[in-house]
Design a protein. Structure first.
Length: 452
């Protein structure tokens, strides 16, 4: 029995009251991705062909969040314990024959490799009926305990509330993550009782039932950091810190320079090339790809953007979704780019807004330039040709095209297309009144003196 298909049952029906939030606990993000989705991605990577999320309170939030993933939903109307919750997935998996792994939606760091390892242990030659994921934390707190021999054969599993002082002294703890063949799972779950201190139907009791049947149950130990459960805002912040520390280390190991690593914040999907330099206090939102040798200067915020090799961003720049910087382009301090393409070598060095725009190669965008892309109802595009020069403090009123090699004089408000090679100057004629300022100052000074 070398291989079987894998299904996942994810328990996410709890109230999550310690989060003090209107948002379901498992939808709180770590690195910009809901913690539940971290787990779902790991399960997918481990080959879980079917995934059933058991929901309860605020079920509509969870259902809407996972809908694009094709995840199946089971409902636990009343929270009666983990065994009862897992049993609610029976109808969804009625046609499934394979291995089910039961896990928890608030543990985002479970690795695909660990899931696969637990599955393979269930398929080992000694044919255990149940395989459980265990860990040894620094502080065992109120975790359930696993009593096992040196080979991982379980003799007993007990919830902390029901454990004796001797059992509580055991440091091997139960994560709750459990692998069972579906042919065994449903009969075992249906036999679980609630004769315990909490009056709940406990998932670990299926281990005791298997042992009572004369079968074997085994524990697979893994790193405690994989099994961090998030139940409060403080634990959410701790999980974020752990994730970010790992990602920073990975970025540097792969050839990026982080000047002050602890001040850089990545998203779950940030992609960084070799020889990228990231200065202090940079925040990446989801959807960012940075090619080799780009420089991200301090205090920049980037999300949904693609940055090609040799580009320079910031300091104090903001790239919003749809921003694309082509090779060697530059955005400087206090520049905001949204849904716009900067061609190779194009520059917007300071104090500029480029929204819904295409900027040609080697164009120069002067300080204070804005693309006026929104009329209160619709968005419109600005197209700027190669080698065009946009003077400082210009307003480009979309839809408008600025031709190749064209020049827009400083201070212009451009609402009509500019041809290739053309100069467009939109200014009121300057009037000169000699001596007017001197007379004004004299008059006002007299008024000031008389008022005293």
């Amino acid at each position: 029995m070398s291989e079987q298909t894998l299904a996942a049952i994810i328990l996410a029906a709890g109230q999550g009251t310690r989060m003090q939030s209107d948002l379901h606990k498992v939808l709180h993000p770590v690195a910009g991705l809901p913690m539940l989705h971290h787990l779902l991605e790991s399960l997918t990577a481990a080959g879980a062909a079917r995934q059933v999320v058991v929901v309860g309170a605020r079920r509509e939030q969870v259902e809407a969040s996972v809908a694009p993933r094709g995840v199946e939903i089971a409902h636990q109307a009343e929270q009666l314990g983990t065994a009862h919750a897992a049993l609610q997935a029976k109808a969804a998996l009625a046609d499934f024959d394979g291995i089910a792994i039961i896990c928890f939606g608030d543990t985002p760091f479970l690795k695909p490799e660990t899931i696969s390892k637990l599955k393979q242990r269930l398929l080992a030659g000694d044919a255990p009926r149940v395989a459980v994921l265990g860990f040894v934390p620094e502080d065992a707190k109120a975790y359930g305990r696993i009593i096992a021999d040196d080979s991982g054969n379980i003799a007993k599993m007990v919830e902390f509330k029901d454990a004796s002082a001797e059992e509580r002294a055991v440091r091997l703890c139960n994560s709750g993550v459990t692998a069972v063949r579906t042919s065994d799972l449903w009969p075992l779950l249906e036999r679980v009782g609630n004769d315990n201190a909490a009056g709940e139907y406990y998932l670990p009791d299926i281990v005791m039932l298997a042992l009572a049947d004369g079968d074997r149950a085994v524990v697979v130990e893994t790193d405690p950091d994989e099994l961090i459960g998030i139940n409060s805002r403080a634990e959410l912040a701790e999980a974020e810190s752990i994730w970010q520390a790992r990602r920073r280390a990975q970025a540097m190991a792969e050839g990026a320079t982080l000047i002050a690593p602890d001040t850089v914040w990545f998203a779950h999907d940030t992609v960084i090339g070799r020889d990228v330099v990231i200065e202090p206090n940079v925040v990446f939102g989801p959807g960012v790809t940075i090619a080799a040798s780009a420089v991200i200067h301090a205090f920049s915020h980037i999300e949904g953007a693609t940055i090609a090799s040799g580009c320079s961003v910031g300091p104090f720049a903001r790239l919003r979704p749809g921003a694309e910087m082509q090779t060697g382009s530059k955005v400087g301090n206090f520049v905001e780019v949204k849904n716009a393409v900067l061609g190779a070598g194009a520059k917007a060095s300071h104090l500029t807004y480029l929204g819904d725009a295409i900027v040609g190669a080697n164009a120069n965008i002067g300080a204070g330039t804005i693309t006026c892309n929104y009329d209160g109802y619709f968005k419109y595009q600005t197209v700027i040709g190669e080698n065009a020069f946009i003077g400082s403090n210009s307003a480009l009123i979309a839809p408008v095209n600025i031709g190749r090699d064209a020049i827009v004089a400083a201070g212009s408000a451009v609402s009509r297309d500019v041809a290739d090679g053309e100069l467009r100057l939109v200014r009121a004629e300057q009037a000169t009144k000699p001596g007017w300022a001197d007379r004004f100052h004299h008059t006002m000074s007299n008024k000031t003196s008389n008022s005293d």
